[in-house]
Every structure is written in C-alpha cells, then in structure tokens.
Unconditional design. Structure first.
Length: 873
C-alpha cells in the first residue's frame, strides 16, 4: 500500500441536496484519519449550505466560508494552499464516491512517475464517461453508484490508459506538479470551464501525463452551479483562449475525442453492465455450439439448448458455453443484447479426457468474471469433467440433462460393435471392450468402462438434479446406476415448427442463376442448379422454386448447399440447389420462378425455366409414399431402409429427407427412391404435403432418448413406423399413431405394414386420426417445467459468492464483437490479420484466378485484359 495522504477539496456553490449526498458517500468510503476533507463554501445564496457545513465537525475536516464569491478556480487554489505536501483530489459537490476510491486513485497515480493527474471513470465525465464516451450517461434503474463502482473495479484491466486532459469533476493532482507549475489560472478562467485543461496542458509541457483510473467509478450528476446559457458562454470564450495558448495540445485533444483510443474501457464496462440487470445467471454447457457461425451446429442436443435459451432469456441471463473446433465459445444472451467470446482450448483429440488444463483454466476465467446462480450441463463430450469440479467448488448448483448414454459409456449410443443395443443384464467385458474399441477408439485393457462409470457416478451423484427426456432413459440409466434412479426426473422436450414471417417476394435484378440439369423421373422432375445474389448486404439462407397456376402459387423447398466453385466476377458467392417437383402439382405447361430467402427479405426472379405437364392417368390407387426424415446413418436405421428398398415392393415410393451418412444407402439408385438431402426443418410440413407422404419411418437401432423427428412427424399428423426401442417405442405405444417394429426383422415387418395399407387404406386413416389427436408439448410448457427446477435450486447460499479474480484483459481480447484495440501492438496485429485475410480473399476470388490464367497463356491483348481485370477487382 502506498503511504500518501490526500486533501479532498470540494468547492461548493448551492446544490444543497447534492452536497449532502456527496458528503454521506465520502464519510462512508473515505479514511479521514489519514486524508483531509476541505469544504469551501463560495458564498452560496442558499442558507442550507452553511447549515450543512456547520455540522461537519471532526478531525481532518476543514470548512471555509468565503465572505464573497471567488469563483471555481480561486476556490481550488485556496484548497491547494491548505497543505504544502499532500496530494490533492479536486471533487465536485454533485458527485457520489464509491468504495476505496482514494486508495485506488493513489495507486494509479504512483504506478508511473510520469503521471501528473488521475481521473476516475464516471457516468458524466466526457473523456472518462462510461458506458458511452463523451456522453452524460444515466445509470440503469437497477444499478446505483455503489453497484457501478463494484462493476468497474471488477472488470477493470488496470491499464490506467493515458488521456489528453483530466476532468475536474474528480481529479487527483500530485503535489509535485503543483509545486512545479503553480496553481490554476483563476484570473483567466474565473468561475469555471477550461481551468483544468489549462493546468493539464501546462503539466504536459513539463513532462507529465494524464491518465484514467479505470478501476474506479464516481457518479457525477451534472453541473448544477451554472445555468446552461451561462455555461455555454464560458465554454465558447474559454475554448478560444485554450486554442490560442495550446494549439498543438488542443488538436491532440480533438483527435482523442474523434478516435476514442481508450474505447475498449467503455466497451468492456458496457458488457458487464448488461450482465448486472437484476436477473439470475444460468450457464448452459454443451459439446458443440448451435450458433450459425459454428461448425457442427446441427443436432438434437444443440436444438434443445437453443430452445431452452430462447424460452429462458426473458427470465434469466443465459450463458451458453460450447466447443467450436479448437475454441470454446461463450455467448451471453439477454433479452436485449448478445455478447460473444471465443477462447482457445486446443483441438479435440478424438477421445475424452476427464480433466484438461486448458479447459479448466478457461472455466476459472469465466467463473471469475461472472457470478453464476446455476450451471446446466447438457453434454461434455469433446470437453472434460472440469466444469463439474469448478461449479461444485463454488457451491453453484448443477443440473445435468442426459441427452444420450454418454455417462454410461463414451460410446454414447449404447450400441455394441455389431450395432446391437447393450443390455446391462447381459453385457460382459468382451462386449464392452469391442464396443469401446469400435465407437470410441479406446482399449479396454485398463478396465476402462469401470473407471468411466465410477467417475460418471461420482459426478452425477453430486449434481442437484438429473433430467432425462423420456421415461425409457430413466429405466436404462437406472439399470446401470440403481442408486441414481430416484434422483432422475423426466422432462420431455417440447417442439414447435417456427412460423415463417409472411413476406412478399420482391423481384430482384441482381440474381444470377444457372439450371445445371433437369431430369424427368417416374417421381417427378429433378432440377439442379445454382444462384448468386449479387448484393453485399444480403446472404442467401435458402432457395425455393415456385410454380404459379392461375392465382395459386406453389412453393417448392430445395436442398441448398454451399459450393466453392459458385462465385461471380465480383467475388459474390452463391449456393447450389436441388429438388424434386412432383408431377401431381401441375397439369399444364408451367414456368418456374426462383425465390431466394435471406435473413430479412425474399427476392424473386421470374420465369427461369419451363416444365411440360405429364400424363398421370396410369398412377395406381395402391401407390404408397413412405418418407424417412432426419439424418440417416447406420445407427439411425440406414441398413433397415436399404433392406426395405431391396425388397422391391411394387407401388411404393421412398423419399429420404435428410443427409445420408450410410454408404450402402447412398449407392442405391432406383426409380422409386428420391434422396432430397438436407432440409430446413420448418419446411418439413410443406415437403410431406408436397410429396403426398402416407407414412413416415423412423428406424433407429439404438435406444433414442427422445427423437425430435418423431415429434415433427406427429405434429404433421403423420402415421409413423418406428423401431420398438428406447423413446421411439415408448412414445409410439403411448400415442398409437403408427406401428412399432422390432430391430431383428424390421424391413420384413415394414413390408407387411405396407401390404396391409395397400390392401385396406382405412388402416392408415385410423392411425392418421390418432396422429391428429397427438397432444404436442410446446416449448413454453417445457420451459415452465425447467423453470420450476431452477427456481427450487436458487438461493443466496448457493449463488457463486462475490466477484472472483480473473484476467480482465484476456477476457476482453477474446470478446468477438469488440470494436477497439487495447494497445498499439494489438492494433498492428489486427491490421496485419486484416491484410492477411484480404490477401486470402483476393487469392480465392474468381477475378484473380482468371487473371492468373491469362498471364500463363499466350493470347492477343493479354496486357489489356490484365489491366481491365485489375481495374474491375
């Protein structure tokens, strides 16, 4: 601790109410056994001022009542003369000081011998204003001066950044500066404005600098001693004097105001102010992120967490932490803002590590920065168990949702090496060894599964609640961990299709397109092509085709995919599209329109292609259309679908809606099979209707824990065929909206169901009625159940106590939405990174590739073409 005494000088002119508040805060937060309080009443007309000052009696309190008005600068000089050795803090009477304010300003002042003055942060202090630079900021209703002081100190990087001039509302001046350059120029600057600028400029000219104390906040309510017209007059007059005396320094000040070089301070404070909104903080942890800009962002677990986030963000501050490649993403969602950090944790090695030093360090950083009321772990595959240890150590309640069987085995899906379900009653060491080797590349020679289950049991036992999305999961988990059975709660997932905002498509002349192929198949026209939107303000999200017959428009979804070779001469990238247009939706010659959906608009290009009608008189009344929805791999029933197709059942069409990750299924090429590819889930009702799907098949061979695709199918009133295992079997038996088949001969049983439907379509109608009676659980219903769990766990004893220590600079440097650099070195790194990215963009541009090709071949006018391309780029 630096042993320095300070004289706190407060010039006073009226504003009695402000003065009382200011004094109350000083007595609360100032050590007056060491520091002195100098109160100077500049002959205030308000009699309350003298009454207040007469009550200020105590050691180290000096009260001076001027017999006539001296003006602000003269009062400052009078205060400075009360000591020959103490540093001084000039403090306005319309301020509220906060905890340890003097001590922190002194530490700042003596952190560098070049420092002459120190100004703290404030809501109203021009260059030192937060959260908005050079503005009179009003604090939010839930944040008072003391809370703001805590926020500023907690998030401070302690950089003590240099500023062009100090601000006189609260300004520490070293005694050595006063001794060297003298007092304020009271003769010139009279009652105020510009006196501190003049003093600072003189100090700077003899070698001192002025800094911002970025860990201290003082509330400044405003300049109530001056009426606005009077203040404006002083500003104009004194500004002219300053510019004449210090042209270079005033220019530097102008540049500072223009560029805001310490903007990172305001931005950083703003982030933490957003967190302190009176709401509780929940941290969701998931193995991969659902953000659109994240890799591997599609999956049931991510979808559920996204749904929870959307449902809870009005009640809580929701933090979502998830791996994204070599990084851990942390996103804060509030009802008004979104903040995003990205921390390097290294690549996932392909096998789970119970503890990871890099990940643990980031958790400690995050827990130090933010106070969490609850942690909800959804998945830690690709992460570690460190999140549990850190939350437990902080006494923060932890809820875990089991979205699969990760806590039973790292093989996750509870399948053996032959894709058969593992039964706790019959599984043996050999089965585990083969399963771990096949699914997780783990050698079981160390009796790994016992170690895994021991550690998992230890973690789960310490969690406040264990939640599963289906009763079948509780039963399966209970077989492996009977001691946890009573603790497990069932909360089924909610689901809703998003209702797309109705928007009128507008014609856009900047759409480039190309139809690559049109293939006439027994099921319809298969159309493939690509489109580019030649506009920098929009990005293609999805592509649709449209057929107009009279006043009726039919929209056909497509599978829309990024393709690296689709780029125009300006460098705009496009997307490819593919779809099947069934013959049954038109019976005349029609034209196709192209629709492009962006995040905010729908653009249209008319008449891109023409289609002939097809004679449908030979269509059989026994034709059955079976749809398979969602991503398909072997675990999701790919082999069953292959076996079913190979039975060559007459009058059956198969529509595979979703990506295929099973080679045998990809290789099938049959006239009655259409592989749509990835689709937007909100387009599913349209696709099922467009292709006249009679029944949906969901044929997983592993015990699914819920199945969103089943919810989608039932919401669409679809009779559904499912495998009788896990949540699929349990949910279907409960609804009776379809059929269950066993996995040992699923294809044969499905063939029998198809034959039954072809023989008597009333069978299908009965199941369809049951599907229509399905009562869907909405997202709000699910959210209420989770909110009940959360609220039962919230209490002051379990909230992370106090603010923790953390590296605020590291946290800010990982903030992905920031607009400021901290220092010159970082700014140069950012500039070089931008240049590097620009180089990559140029190298990958269509223009560059064409130009490079031109340079390599011998053709006439090569030089002219090269110059033209350079000019166009």
């Amino acid at each position: 601790m630096i042993d320095k005494s300070v004289d706190i000088i407060i010039p006073i002119y009226n504003a009695a109410d402000d003065l009382e508040i200011c004094l109350e805060s000083i007595y609360k937060h100032t050590d007056l056994s060491k520091n002195r309080l100098v109160l100077i009443n500049d002959n205030s007309p308000d009699p309350r001022i003298k009454e207040i000052l007469d009550r200020q009696i105590g050691d180290n309190i000096i009260v001076i009542n001027n017999e006539k008005n001296q003006g602000f600068s003269a009062n400052i000089n009078l205060g400075m003369q009360q000591s020959v050795e103490n540093d001084v803090i000039l403090l306005n009477s319309d301020t509220v000081v906060t905890d340890r304010w003097v001590e922190k300003m002194v530490v700042c002042a003596y952190s560098n011998p070049e420092i002459g003055t120190v100004t703290p942060l404030s809501n109203n202090a021009t260059l030192c204003s937060v959260p908005v630079f050079c503005e009179e900021n009003k604090l939010p209703e839930n944040i008072d001066a003391e809370k703001m002081g805590e926020i500023v100190e907690h998030c401070s990087m302690h950089k003590y950044p240099q500023i062009s001039v100090a601000h006189g509302f609260c300004m520490l001046v070293k005694r050595e500066v006063i001794d060297l350059i003298g007092n304020f120029d009271a003769a010139t600057f009279g009652r105020g404005y510009g006196e501190e600028n003049d003093f600072c400029n003189r100090a700077e000219q003899v070698g001192y600098i002025h800094v911002q104390c970025d860990d201290t906040f003082i509330l400044h309510t405003g300049t109530k001693s001056f009426v606005s017209a009077e203040k404006e007059a002083y500003i104009r007059e004194h500004d002219a004097i300053l510019r004449k005396r210090y042209p270079l320094q005033m220019h530097t000040n102008d540049v500072y105001v223009r560029d805001n070089p310490n903007g990172y301070v305001q931005e950083n404070v703003s982030i933490f102010m957003d967190v302190e909104n009176g709401k509780k903080n929940i941290l969701y942890v998931v193995h991969t992120d659902f953000r659109k800009d994240a890799s591997d962002n599609v999956g049931g677990t991510q979808l559920h967490v996204n749904h929870l986030k959307d449902s809870m963000v009005s009640e809580y501050n929701v933090f979502v932490a998830a791996r994204d490649g070599e990084f851990l993403n942390l996103t804060l969602y509030t009802d008004k803002t979104e903040h995003f950090w990205k921390f390097y944790i290294g690549e996932y090695k392909g096998y789970f590590r119970f503890h990871d030093r890099n990940i643990s360090r980031i958790w400690n950083l995050v827990f130090g920065a933010f106070k969490f009321d609850l942690v909800h772990v959804h998945h830690v595959h690709s992460l570690s168990f460190d999140i549990f240890d850190i939350a437990f150590a902080q006494n923060v309640p932890v809820v875990v949702t089991c979205h699969d069987y990760f806590f039973v085995s790292p093989s996750v899906k509870l399948l053996d090496a032959d894709f058969m379900p593992i039964d706790s009653k019959t599984v043996n060491d050999e089965v585990w060894q083969n399963a771990l080797g096949y699914w997780a590349d783990i050698y079981n020679g160390t009796d790994y599964i016992k170690l895994w289950q021991k550690k998992s049991l230890d973690v789960l036992s310490k969690c406040s609640d264990i939640i599963v999305p289906n009763v079948s999961v509780k039963e399966n988990m209970g077989q492996f961990y009977p001691e946890l059975f009573a603790k497990i709660k069932v909360i089924e997932h909610g689901y809703e299709f998003k209702t797309a905002e109705v928007k009128t498509a507008t014609e856009n002349g900047n759409i480039e397109h190309f139809i690559e192929s049109v293939k006439k198949t027994p099921m319809g026209y298969v159309i493939e092509g690509w489109a580019i939107l030649d506009e920098s303000d929009y990005e293609i999200e999805s592509i649709y085709l449209e057929i107009n017959i009279g006043d009726k428009a039919t929209t056909i979804p497509t599978t829309t995919v990024e393709r690296g070779d689709i780029v125009n001469a300006k460098g705009f990238r496009g997307k490819s599209f593919k779809t099947l247009i069934p013959f049954n939706i038109f019976d005349i010659h029609v034209s196709l329109n192209l629709l492009i959906r962006t995040s905010s608009n729908i653009f249209k290009k008319n008449d891109i292609y023409e289609l002939d009608s097809v004679d449908k008189s030979n269509n059989s009344s026994k034709l059955i259309n079976i749809g398979f929805i969602g991503g398909i791999n072997r675990e999701k029933g790919g082999s069953i679908i292959c076996d079913l197709i190979k039975k060559h059942i007459p009058n059956v069409n198969y529509y595979i809606l979703g990506n295929i990750g099973y080679d045998d299924l990809n290789l099938i090429n049959a006239d009655n099979v259409y592989k749509f590819g990835q689709y937007n889930s909100n387009d599913l009702p349209k696709l099922l209707s467009l292709y006249n799907i009679d029944a949906v098949g969901i044929l997983s061979v592993w015990p699914e824990t819920f199945s969103y695709t089943l919810s989608e199918s039932l919401i669409c009133d679809m009779p559904t065929i499912v495998t009788d295992i896990g949540a699929l079997g349990e949910r279907m038996k409960r609804t009776d909206a379809g059929w269950t088949v066993t996995i040992d001969d699923a294809a044969g049983q499905i063939a029998n169901i198809i034959h039954l439907i072809q023989t008597d379509r009333n069978v299908l109608d009965v199941k369809k009625t049951s599907a229509k009676n399905y009562v869907n659980k909405t997202l709000s219903m699910m959210a209420k159940e989770y909110q009940t769990v959360y609220e039962n766990l919230f209490n002051e004893e379990t909230r992370q106590s106090g603010y923790g220590n953390f590296n605020a600079e590291e946290l800010y440097k990982c903030y992905m939405k920031r607009t400021f650099f901290i220092d010159t070195a970082e700014k140069m790194d950012g500039i070089m990174a931008g240049i590097s990215q620009a180089d990559k963009d140029i190298l990958n541009s269509f223009t560059f590739k064409v130009a490079k090709k031109i340079r390599s071949i011998d053709i006439p006018f090569k030089v002219q073409l090269w110059r033209l391309l350079n000019k166009s780029h």
